[in-house]
Design a binder for this molecule. Structure first.
Ligand SMILES: [Fe+2]
Length: 193
C-alpha cells in the first residue's frame, strides 16, 4: 500500500497528514516539485531478470525517458535469501548506505515494480515519508534533502532512471535527523486512519 506521512521536521511524533489516497499524495507532494505516478502493476516471472522487468514496462519507461531526457535505465533488486549466510550482513549494509540525509545533483527517479521502500523528503520544514509499493513512481528533485529506508528485511525491485552516469552519487548532510523519524517498518505497522 502506498502511504504518505508528513511530520514537522522538529517533531517526529506529530502527524500532519497520513494518507494512502493517490490523489492526496500527488497534491501534497506537488509543492516540492515531486512527481508521483501510479503505473500499472504487471505480472513478472519468478526470478525476473532486469531485462524481463524492463520488457514488462517498456512503454512506460520509453515515455518517461522521452519526456524527461533520461539516458540510462537499470533495475535495482534486493530480495531476502535466507539460505545465504551473508544475507543479514548484506541487508544491513545495503540499508545503512542511504539511511542518512543526502542530496543528488540530478533527480532521483524510481518506479517500484515489487516490494517496498520509503523515501523521506525533507523540505519546507517538514519530513514527507513516502512508502512506495509496486506501481509507485516517485521523483526526488535534484538538491532535495532526503533519505531512504528499505527496512530491516529489504525486499524490493525498482526501475531507476538517470540523466548522467554519476548523477545519482549522494552528497551527505552532516545531520542525524533521519534517525529521529519512524522507520519504514514502523510506518507500515501503524493504521492509516
Ligand atoms: Fe538518494
Amino acid at each position: 500500500m502506498s502511504l504518505l506521512q508528513i511530520m514537522p521536521d522538529d517533531d517526529p511524533a506529530t502527524v500532519l497528514l497520513r494518507t494512502d489516497r493517490p490523489e492526496l499524495i500527488t497534491e501534497a507532494l506537488a509543492p516540492l516539485a515531486v512527481t508521483f505516478e501510479r503505473w500499472p502493476v504487471r505480472p513478472l516471472p519468478a526470478g525476473a531478470s532486469p531485462d524481463d522487468v524492463l520488457a514488462a514496462y517498456r512503454d512506460e519507461v520509453r515515455r518517461l525517458c522521452d519526456d524527461n531526457g533520461f539516458r540510462l535505465v537499470d533495475v535495482a533488486r534486493l530480495v531476502p535469501d535466507d539460505d545465504d549466510p551473508q544475507w543479514p550482513a548484506t541487508a544491513r549494509a545495503a540499508r545503512e548506505k542511504f539511511l542518512d540525509e543526502h542530496t543528488h545533483a540530478e533527480d532521483e527517479v524510481r518506479c517500484f515494480v515489487a516490494g517496498t521502500g520509503c523515501f523521506y523528503l525533507h523540505a519546507g520544514g517538514k519530513v514527507h515519508a513516502m512508502v512506495c509499493e509496486a506501481g509507485d513512481l516517485l521523483s526526488v528533485p535534484a538538491g532535495t534533502r532526503h533519505w531512504f529506508d528499505m527496512g530491516a528485511r529489504p525486499d524490493f525491485t525498482a526501475i531507476r532512471f538517470f540523466e548522467e552516469e554519476d548523477g545519482w552519487i549522494g552528497e551527505f548532510v552532516a545531520d542525524s535527523i533521519a534517525r529521529r523519524f519512524p522507520t519504514l517498518d514502523e510506518l507500515r505497522a501503524a493504521p492509516v486512519a
